[in-house]
Design a protein around this ligand. Structure first.
Ligand SMILES: CC(C)(COP(=O)(O)OP(=O)(O)OC[C@H]1O[C@@H](n2cnc3c(N)ncnc32)[C@H](O)[C@@H]1OP(=O)(O)O)[C@@H](O)C(=O)NCCC(=O)NCCS
Length: 113
């Protein structure tokens, strides 16, 4: 994905737990962590939803489920994920460190089969 200040999607990565981020699905995986970051001015426009429809459609053909972590206090994000069928299965204390601050994370999963 080209780097550009006009690029609405700053980051969309797929990561195998414990491994470095990679740009493509590793098709042999049945679990994948997904992180999404839509540029501020493009949030609430439907772009994130369009992206997710596509990503989950592709994922459903490649993996059995998609897992993600999201900060408990990030209600906007977890409500968004819920809308796409992600269910919370617990909270991991201090799972995320953002700009030096630790956050508890809601662990969510979307099962396809
Ligand atoms: C998370 C993200 C991808 C969602 O995309 P979006 O375009 O903002 O999604 P929506 O506008 O559909 O909002 C999602 C939900 O939050 C609600 N919402 C909208 N604006 C909100 C606000 N300012 N505060 C709280 N909730 C808000 C919406 O009503 C919607 O809830 P609903 O489904 O019950 O109606 C986007 O906000 C983003 O990139 N955020 C910054 C990065 C981030 O936090 N990523 C998640 C890391 S795991």
């Amino acid at each position: 994905m080209p780097e550009s200040s006009d690029e609405p999607i700053r980051r969309e990565t797929f990561r195998k737990p414990g491994r470095q981020e990679c740009a493509d699905w590793e098709t042999q995986l049945n679990q994948t962590i997904l992180a999404t970051d839509i540029r501020e001015g493009k949030r609430g426009t439907g772009l994130a939803a369009a992206l997710f429809h596509h990503v989950l459609e592709v994922a459903s053909r490649e993996v059995d489920q998609v897992d993600l972590y999201v900060a408990v206090e990030n209600e906007r994000a977890w409500r968004f994920y819920q809308r796409f069928g992600f269910e919370s299965y617990g909270v991991m204390p201090r799972a995320l460190r953002v700009a030096g601050a630790d956050h508890d994370a809601l662990m969510m999963t979307r099962k396809f089969r």
